[in-house]
Write a protein that binds this ligand. Structure first.
Ligand code: NAG
Length: 176
């Protein structure tokens, strides 16, 4: 009985994965591969796009929509996360405050980018993406966070830069 359940779970996972793989049409999959190969984490990039696109034949605008909204969501979560770290912070407080400042800039810029997207003011978006990439650099990660072996902002900065890079690549596709 128990074995059966494990087997079914296993099968369900396989089916879920093949559906995700087969969701985009061939041309869209090539488009996604082309974008993601230009990033530092092809796998993460395509997972984000495949998971969030709602049509098998996405336009460049659909790709931009998903990328900007994911970036905005991620930065809001990172900002909230830093807030939770600050609540019990000791010596690392000033460093965390720099990260909080950084991610506040990042989150505002991305919220504005999403608004510009919604108004179809695409030409205003690349400037904000540059602002985001710069602001992430304000969050230095050479400090210890109690309870973490590795500073958790290292991974957040890494992902934030991938999402920003994706948004930049897609912006180029829209403006050209
Ligand atoms: C962008 O994505 C959001 C959330 O998925 C959706 O509600 C909205 O209609 C999309 N906008 C465009 C222009 O595709």
């Amino acid at each position: 009985m128990k074995m059966n359940r494990i087997l079914w779970t296993f099968l369900a996972v396989i089916v879920a994965f093949s559906v995700a793989e087969a969701f985009l049409d061939r041309k869209a999959q090539q488009l996604v591969n082309g974008i993601c190969k230009k990033t530092t984490d092809t796998k993460y990039c395509s997972e984000v796009l495949v998971k969030n696109l709602v049509t098998p034949t996405p336009s460049n605008k659909d790709l931009m929509n998903v990328t900007l909204r994911e970036a905005e969501r991620f930065s809001a979560n990172a900002n909230f996360f830093i807030g939770t770290l600050l609540r019990n912070a000791g010596d690392e407080r000033p460093d965390l405050q720099m990260c909080a400042a950084a991610y506040t800039i990042v989150n505002i810029a991305l919220r504005n980018a999403v608004s510009y997207f919604d108004e179809a003011s695409y030409s205003k978006i690349p400037k904000l993406e540059d602002k985001v990439a710069k602001a992430v650099g304000i969050c230095k990660t050479d400090f210890n966070v109690p309870g973490y072996k590795i500073n958790p902002m290292i991974e957040r900065n890494r992902v934030m830069l991938i999402l920003t890079n994706m948004a930049k690549i897609v912006s180029h596709m829209i403006s050209s």
